[in-house]
Design a protein around this ligand. Structure first.
Ligand SMILES: [Fe+2]
Ligand SMILES: [Fe+2]
Length: 206
């Protein structure tokens, strides 16, 4: 299954509509819309962004035992720490499902879907688009979301936008006293290390 597979978008939309709650479906469609905007803005293939958006939460409401079964197939490498954070399992499970059962061969899309919750250092620009879009999609209503959305969408590169989101997520998780995954911290450090470097500029698109 690739972005060129006939009807792949309608197949996945139908799957989302029949397996997700109305609220979760609204979120997915919001991510779809804004990730398309972000992809065009930052010079990434919008069809890949749409496919990643449609896939990212397709397993969100499945039982944890089922998600764990997808992780145990060994198709995507997970760490011991990943196994201790069940909130990220749905992303890895969706990527494994897409590879193993739909025949997805594009690992850029699979990795974007797998790590959309935490982010991960070295993430592709497509992965960063999904990471950002998941956070600022139109139905999100956390405090200061309007300001956050405006700031993120004003950034010249998706890496700068993703650093805004990573910092905001880290602050929120720390405020809530929840366990912070090292992937998020490592990604923020990686993005910070790129600031003022040609690598950050390299991801800026005209
Ligand atoms: Fe998710
Ligand atoms: Fe999501």
């Amino acid at each position: 299954m690739e972005i060129t597979t006939p009807n792949i978008f309608s197949i996945l939309r139908k799957q989302a509509a029949t397996t997700l709650s109305p609220g979760r479906l609204t979120h997915v469609l919001g991510v779809e819309a804004i990730s398309c905007h972000c992809a065009v803005k930052w010079g990434i293939d919008p069809r890949k962004a749409l496919l990643a958006a449609l896939l990212h939460d397709i397993m969100k409401q499945r039982p944890k035992a089922e998600l764990r079964g997808f992780l145990d197939r060994g198709i995507i490498d997970v760490s011991h720490e990943d196994l201790e954070h069940p909130q990220l399992w749905h992303g890895v499970a969706a990527a494994v499902w897409a590879i193993d059962e739909l025949g997805l061969e594009d690992m850029d899309i699979a990795q974007a879907v797998a790590w959309h919750t935490t982010g991960t250092p070295g993430m592709s620009d497509l992965g960063l688009v999904l990471f950002v879009s998941d956070f600022i999609e139109p139905s999100r209503n956390f405090r200061h979301v309007f300001e956050m959305r405006k700031r993120v969408l004003s950034r010249e590169s998706v890496r700068e936008a993703a650093l805004d989101v990573a910092r905001n997520k880290i602050a929120a998780i720390e405020r809530q006293g929840k366990a912070l995954h090292s992937r998020t911290l490592d990604m923020a450090e990686w993005l910070e290390s790129l600031q003022h470097s040609p690598e950050l500029l390299a991801s800026r698109k005209e």
